[in-house]
Design a protein around this ligand. Structure first.
Ligand SMILES: O=C(O)COP(=O)(O)O
Ligand SMILES: [Mg+2]
Length: 236
């Protein structure tokens, strides 16, 4: 049986240098013969939009597990107000969010706050700790979030809604926010560009980076090579 997938976005489905989704995502994911859940630190609308434009069911664990949407069932966890007040203090002490006036990174974020990687990490961590919050460093942003909220718990909720055992999932990811996903699934892969925490907790560290690594992992899975062959033959 082709396994269901839990796929991180940034660093895993993207092109190198953080410049957008790899176009092969649009060929392969709509053809996958099992549920695909996007498990991301990005704000809720981003994975929903990606599902929408991929033409696949809207299945997302967003905001590091703060929001889960699967087959029209929506679950929220996390204390957004606490994250907001921590970030207000961070700003009042000279820290910057770093996203510009429109701040599309946080504008629709519902359960946590993200700060640009150029932000003052030391100050942010200090303020977050004072507010009883934790900080994830994904390599793409610092996420100020409620302790205990995790992609792994979010995926467990998603699996329950789908009527699946979370251990049936295969996860692919690249950073510390994927560790909890790797802990709950049956099989996990870190792409070669992954950080040390992700690499340590993955069952397999791939030789290839970004989408090249992800495709290599998919080719390894039952039914995966068949999907990749099918996509390639349609292209010809
Ligand atoms: O939003 C981020 O910082 C990273 O997003 P990701 O979890 O999809 O890699
Ligand atoms: Mg990532």
């Amino acid at each position: 049986m082709t396994p269901p997938l839990a796929l991180d976005i940034d660093g895993t489905l993207t092109r190198p240098h953080g410049d957008g989704v790899d176009p092969r995502v649009f060929e392969v994911l709509p053809e996958w013969d099992a549920p695909v859940v996007l498990t991301t630190g990005k704000a809720f609308p981003y994975p929903v939009s990606l599902c929408h434009f991929l033409g696949i069911p809207e299945r997302a664990v967003a905001e590091n597990g703060g929001v889960v949407l699967v087959d029209d069932q929506l679950t929220y966890t996390g204390d957004r107000e606490r994250a907001r007040s921590a970030v207000e203090e961070y700003k009042s002490r000279g820290g910057a969010l770093g996203w510009g006036a429109a701040d599309t990174v946080n504008r629709w974020r519902e359960t946590e706050v993200a700060v640009h990687v150029d932000g003052d990490e030391t100050l942010l961590r200090e303020v977050a700790a004072d507010h009883g919050l934790e900080v994830y460093d994904t390599g793409y942003a610092y996420h100020v979030k409620t302790p205990g909220v995790s992609k792994g718990d979010g995926l467990t909720t998603a699996a329950e809604v789908l009527g699946l055992d979370v251990r049936e999932f295969v996860a692919i990811g690249d950073s510390e926010n994927d560790v909890t996903t790797f802990e709950v699934v049956g099989t996990s892969y870190a792409v070669s560009n992954a950080d040390e925490r992700a690499k340590e907790s993955a069952d397999t560290v791939l030789d290839d980076a970004h989408m090249d690594g992800t495709l290599a992992a998919l080719a390894d899975l039952e039914g995966g090579q068949a999907v990749l062959d099918r996509v390639e033959s349609t292209e010809r």
